[in-house]
Design a binder for this molecule. Structure first.
Ligand SMILES: Cc1cc2nc3c(=O)[nH]c(=O)nc-3n(C[C@H](O)[C@H](O)[C@H](O)COP(=O)(O)O)c2cc1C
Length: 190
């Protein structure tokens, strides 16, 4: 069974990126995948602490929070959806903090083995009317997927600030659903 983990960064449950993730899940489930949604804002994940230069020497000094358990579940996923709004021309801190902590584990064989095996996808929303605003989230996450050696299924970018506004845009949700199906197909091609 293909496993999907959706990392939802917005604290707004039922908001734009959350609804986009739900649509992605519909596509993935229709393709036969098992989907887990994680609301990062419900977890206690601190920003990264001091790290050694040499990856093999690194220790996660803050491993007493929710990070290690979530990372273990992430390692087992075949497909990862990053669902984050644009916050101040960047990724929401809830997701950024989780990703920064990956660096603590970057020298460990299991991490180096697990991360390149995955298919990655992105859903984002932003209030400003220029579609390129979405690149502030999409660009770094696409580059991260590439840096990790994973495959990139694509992204969906919604322009709208109001709570759940994407609900009035079935074409955007259909794009998310199609992205979910495509990500599962790609994961099976591996
Ligand atoms: C803290 C914060 C920062 C934001 N920064 C930006 C921004 O830099 N550019 C932008 O276009 N929209 C910005 N927005 C608007 C959100 O990206 C927009 O409302 C989005 O639809 C929220 O997605 P959500 O419903 O999934 O939370 C910001 C919103 C918040 C709360």
């Amino acid at each position: 069974m293909t496993r999907v983990m959706m990392l939802c960064a917005s604290p707004r449950k039922g908001g734009n990126t959350d609804l986009m993730a739900d649509a992605f899940a519909r596509g993935a489930e229709a393709a036969g995948a098992q989907v887990e949604k994680v609301y990062l804002d419900d977890l206690w994940i601190r920003p990264v602490a001091h790290l050694a230069d040499e990856p093999a020497m690194r220790v996660d000094l803050r491993a007493d929070d929710d990070m290690p358990k979530l990372l273990e579940r992430l390692a087992a996923a075949d497909v990862v959806l990053f669902a984050s709004p644009v916050y101040w021309a960047g990724i929401a801190a809830q997701l950024k903090a989780f990703m920064d902590r990956w660096s603590c584990y970057a020298g460990q064989p299991w991490f180096r083995d697990a991360m390149p095996r995955k298919v990655y996808a992105v859903g984002t929303a932003h209030g400003a009317p220029m579609p390129e605003m979405g690149e502030y989230v999409i660009g770094p996450l696409r580059d991260t997927a590439s840096y990790l050696g994973g495959r990139y299924a694509g992204d969906v970018n919604f322009t709208g600030a109001k709570f759940a506004a994407v609900g009035n845009h079935p074409e955007v949700l259909a794009e998310c659903e199609a992205l979910g199906r495509r990500a599962i197909e790609m994961a099976r091609e591996a």
